[in-house]
Write a protein that binds this ligand. Structure first.
Ligand code: AMP
Ligand code: MG
Length: 318
C-alpha cells in the first residue's frame, strides 16, 4: 500500500483537468470521480492504455470494462442494434448510476470486452468527469480504482492508498455522492436483466419506464456477480437486527477480538455513502470483525445487501 498523495489534483481546477486529459492522450491511467465510486480510467480508443488497467488492478482480462461516455447521444457511437429498452433507459437515467450492456460496434476494441460481442456503457453524472470526457473527445473505460476484488474507493484519498505511486493523476472530486457501483442492466436479453444492483432498482425502472427487468440468471457475466468481491481484510459478519449485532459484538469482545458494528438504521442513502469508507477504515485500524446490520431490501438497500453478502462470503472468488 502506498501513502503518497502528491498526485491528487483538485478536479475543480481547470488546469488539473487539462493535465488529466494530456495523461490520457499519452496512454496513461488517471483516477476520476464519479457519483458511484472512483474509477481508474484509460482512453477507450487505445488498446495499449486499456491493457494497463488489467495489469495495475490485477484484474483477469476476461472481466470486461465499462465504457464511460460524455453524453447520452454518444451511446450510438459505440453500439449497434440498440433495442428500444436501451434507448428508453438511457434517456431516463443518464447521466446517472446506470450501466447498459448492449451489442458493440467495431469502434470497441476486444481488450475492453474480453472478446465479447457486447459492451457495457454508462454516462456518469459527475461534472468533473463530464468535463474531462468533453475535453478528451473520446470515451474512457473505467473500472473501480481499487485492486481487483477489494473494496471500491469513494474518495481520492482511498485511491491514493491503493495506487498512490502507480497512477500519475488522481482527480479529486470530493466524496462520491452515492457510494456503491452502478446498476448494470443487460439489454441484450428479453426481458432485460439486472446483472448488478445499484441505486436504480428494478421497481423504479418499472414505475418510471414501464419496462420489466428480470433478476440475473445463468452464468455469471458481471464481475460484481462473483461470490466474493468488495472484500476488506477484516471478517464481515451480517446481523439481522441491531440487537443481533450487539449480541455478536459482546461475544466477540469476550474472546478478545476487536469488533465493531456498521449500522445506519433506516437511512439507506447514508449507509451506501458510508459503507466502503467504514470497511476501509476498519482495515486501517486492524479491526478483526465488522458486524454489519443488514438494511431493508428496498431501494438502494438491495445493492447494499448484495455488496455485504459478497464482502462476508468466505468462499474463494477473486
Ligand atoms: P467494475 O468491476 O466495477 O468495473 O464493474 C464492471 C462491471 O461491468 C463488471 O461486473 C463487468 O463484468 C460488467 N460488464 C462489463 N462489460 C460487460 C459485458 N459486455 N457483459 C456483461 N457484463 C459486463
Ligand atoms: Mg470494481
Amino acid at each position: 500500500m502506498s501513502t503518497s498523495e502528491s498526485n491528487i489534483l483538485n478536479g475543480a481546477d481547470s488546469l488539473a483537468i487539462d493535465t488529466a486529459v494530456r495523461a490520457l492522450k499519452s496512454d496513461l491511467l488517471v483516477a476520476i470521480p464519479t457519483e458511484t465510486v472512483y474509477g481508474l480510467a484509460a482512453r477507450a480508443s487505445s488498446p495499449k492504455a486499456v491493457k494497463k488497467i488489467f495489469t495495475i488492478k490485477g484484474r483477469p482480462t476476461e472481466h470486461p470494462l465499462i465504457l464511460h461516455i460524455a453524453k447520452t447521444q454518444d451511446l450510438t457511437l459505440w453500439s449497434s442494434d440498440l433495442p428500444r429498452a436501451a434507448h428508453a433507459l438511457a434517456e431516463k437515467y443518464w447521466p446517472g448510476p446506470l450501466t447498459l450492456v448492449v451489442r458493440r460496434n467495431n469502434k470497441v476494441c476486444d481488450e475492453i470486452t474480453g472478446g465479447r460481442d457486447t459492451v457495457a456503457i454508462r454516462c456518469p453524472s459527475h461534472p468533473i468527469t463530464t468535463e474531462l470526457l468533453i475535453r478528451l473527445d473520446d470515451a474512457i473505460v473505467a473500472p473501480s480504482a481499487n485492486r481487483f476484488g477489494k473494496v471500491s474507493p469513494t474518495s481520492a484519498r482511498h485511491v491514493a492508498e491503493d495506487f498512490g505511486d502507480e497512477v500519475i493523476v488522481i482527480l479529486d472530486g470530493g466524496e462520491c455522492s452515492i457510494g456503491v457501483e452502478s446498476t448494470i442492466v443487460d439489454c441484450t436479453t428479453n426481458p432485460p436483466q439486472i446483472l448488478r444492483a445499484g441505486a436504480i432498482t428494478a421497481e423504479q425502472i418499472e414505475i418510471d419506464c414501464g419496462i420489466t427487468v428480470a433478476s440475473a440468471s445463468g452464468e455469471s457475466r458481471a464481475s460484481g456477480m462473483l461470490e466474493k468481491h468488495y472484500a476488506p481484510n477484516c471478517i464481515v459478519e451480517l446481523a439481522s437486527s441491531r440487537k443481533d449485532a450487539e449480541i455478536r459484538l459482546a461475544n466477540l469482545k469476550s474472546v478478545g477480538r476487536i469488533a465493531e458494528i456498521i449500522d445506519f438504521g433506516a437511512d439507506l442513502e447514508m449507509y451506501a455513502h458510508e459503507l466502503y469508507s467504514c470497511l476501509r477504515d476498519a482495515d486501517k485500524r486492524l479491526v478483526d470483525v465488522v458486524i454489519a446490520v443488514k438494511p431493508a431490501m428496498t431501494g438502494i438497500g438491495i445493492a447494499i445487501n448484495e455488496r455485504l453478502n459478497k464482502a462476508s462470503n468466505s468462499a474463494s472468488g477473486d
